[in-house]
Design a protein around this ligand. Structure first.
Ligand code: FAD
Ligand code: NAI
Length: 466
């Protein structure tokens, strides 16, 4: 065998797995079909979307809040091609960084499309058409996911687009129709609403980000509405048509009536599907399940013992940091260590403004499980720090066990929620009670005081500043 491990796919699951394998002394190779490393996350996902979120937020603040801060600007304009160019530069710096890390860790990189020949051999088809067969003791499949769609909304990548095209538009849409008000819809819908697009969300569920705690969706909707967005909840899309000049979206409203929306672009963000196309799983003795996922056991091992799978291509949240944890987990498992992942405590973050961040159980889940719980919440508008920065929208909500006071879930919508959730994850990893956090000193003035105050509210309703 040429290698101890071959990793297929270089997203956050694959490249992190490869680095950890190399650190542990395993002879490692990684195979990537794209020219650059980093997968969805670095090329067309987490990083470019955050770059555009940051740029559009600067513009929005310059247009709407700078004057109040005493900063006067004249002739403010959006230069979308420049925003997209800057985003491309950010992506470039990140993917170059991964190439450097591969070299540093002596990981052999094969650029080409991998498909199984058997459970120890992979064929790599290169861009020049040539094939190379490589052999290994173990495989880690980290082939990620692709945008999904429905037959009623055929994607043409011109007017009816996915997140990938939405990251490279060269004109600000006049009217962007977003199908699916989940994470991608909320983030990319916000980008374009901030820089002047009319944005309409058509969503099958009855709220934005419907899988998160309902309070978060409700509060986020209020914030996104301020950007001028319209919402069509509980609507079923029946057709999406590219008219050449624009798009026409038809959907059934809850009252049975049909609505018709006309726009210039339609972003389809209705979820993603695991990607194993062309991988020839059967040759290795594997098959994808009915939802396209590769089945794994608690060790992330497939039914073929030397083949593991991680990240978006298996069950669980489709998140970069979940994929990374799994990459490390498999590498350490391969050398006989006993790693552990607490899936319940993988945080979820939506990088809108205000940001939304969550960990643990939602209130709806606790109700469904008949758990006895108590709630403490604290609004940003009561924080000195939030008033100073004019970021008064938002709240922290803590759910704790009614009898033991152990924190079961923490949900934040507000400025810097994405960073603040780390405190909540640490607390919950150590099985803290709300009382524990309520008694820990939090620097003043910071947004994190809202976490302490929400915990005070959860324990005998003793928030100080409310
Ligand atoms: P991927 O990143 O999808 O990587 C898989 C790689 O495998 C790809 O490079 C692909 O080309 C390669 N590949 C596939 N098949 C083959 C083959 N046969 N041969 C060779 N190579 C192959 N998550 C977050 O946690 N935070 C965020 O802020 C965030 N933002 C996102 C924004 C957008 C717009 C999108 C679309 C996703 C976002 N995600 C975010 C999700 C995140 O990108 C994914 O969860 C993550 O990339 C999954 O990592 P992965 O390693 O499993 O797969
Ligand atoms: P999603 O699952 O977050 O949202 C999809 C939305 O579409 C849901 O609200 C769903 O109810 C709705 N929907 C489904 N079918 C529909 C239909 N026929 N008509 C109307 N609405 C419909 O998926 P999304 O936003 O596409 O993102 C894909 C994945 O990428 C997510 O799993 C997410 O974890 C990941 N991601 C993570 C980000 C982050 O961590 N900040 C950012 C972007 C993506």
């Amino acid at each position: 065998m040429q290698y101890d491990v071959i990793v297929i796919g270089s997203g956050p699951g694959g490249y992190v797995a490869a680095i950890r394998c190399a650190q542990l002394g395993l002879k490692t190779a990684i195979v990537e079909k794209y020219k650059t490393l980093g997968g969805t996350c670095l090329n067309v996902g987490c990083i470019p979307s955050k770059a555009l979120l940051d740029s559009s937020e600067h513009f929005y603040n310059a247009a709407h809040t700078f004057a109040e801060h005493g900063i006067k600007l004249a002739d403010l304009q959006v230069d979308l091609p420049q925003m997209i160019k800057r985003k491309a530069g950010v992506v470039d710096a990140n993917v170059t960084g991964i190439a450097f890390l591969m070299k540093k860790n002596k990981i052999t990189v094969y650029q080409g499309f991998g498909s199984f020949v058997d459970a120890n051999t992979l064929n790599v088809k290169k861009d020049d058409g040539s094939d190379e067969k490589i052999t290994t003791k173990n495989f880690i499949i980290a082939t990620g996911s692709k945008p999904s769609s429905f037959p009623s909304m055929p994607i043409d990548k011109k007017r009816v687009i996915t997140s990938t095209e939405a990251l490279t538009l060269q004109e600000v849409p006049k009217h962007l129709i977003v199908i699916g008000a989940g994470v991608i819809g909320a983030e990319l819908g916000s980008v374009y609403a901030r820089i002047g697009s009319k944005v309409s969300f058509v969503e099958f569920a009855d709220s934005m980000i419907p899988t998160m705690d309902k309070t978060m969706g409700k509060e986020l909707q209020k914030a996104v509405k301020k950007l001028g967005a319209d919402f069509y909840f509980s609507h079923k899309v029946t057709s999406v048509e590219n008219t050449g000049e624009g798009v026409v979206v038809k959907a059934d409203a809850p009252n049975g009536q049909q609505i018709t929306l006309e726009g210039d672009y339609c972003l389809v963000s209705v979820g993603r599907r695991p990607y194993t196309d062309g991988l020839n799983l059967e040759a290795a003795g594997l098959a994808a399940d009915s939802r396209g996922r590769i089945e794994v056991n608690d060790h992330l091992q497939t039914k073929v013992p030397n083949i593991y799978a991680i990240g978006d291509v298996i069950r669980g949240a489709m998140l970069a940091h979940k994929a990374e944890e799994e990459g490390v987990f498999v590498a350490e498992t391969l050398v006989g260590q006993k790693p552990h992942i607490n899936y319940r405590l993988i945080p979820g973050v939506v990088y809108t403004w205000p940001e939304v961040a969550s960990v643990g159980f939602t209130e709806e889940e606790l109700k469904a499980e008949n758990r006895a719980y108590k709630v403490g919440s604290f609004p940003y508008k009561a924080l000195g720090r939030a008033r100073a920065s004019m970021d008064v929208d938002g709240l922290v909500k803590v759910l704790a066990d009614k009898h033991t006071d152990e924190i079961l879930g923490m949900h934040i919508i507000g400025a810097r929620a994405a960073d603040m959730i780390a405190e909540c994850v640490v607390a919950m990893e150590y099985r803290a009670s709300a009382e524990d956090i309520a008694r820990i000193s939090h620097a003043h003035p910071t947004y994190t005081e809202a976490i302490k105050e929400a915990c005070l509210a959860a324990t005998e309703n003793r928030a100080i500043h409310m």
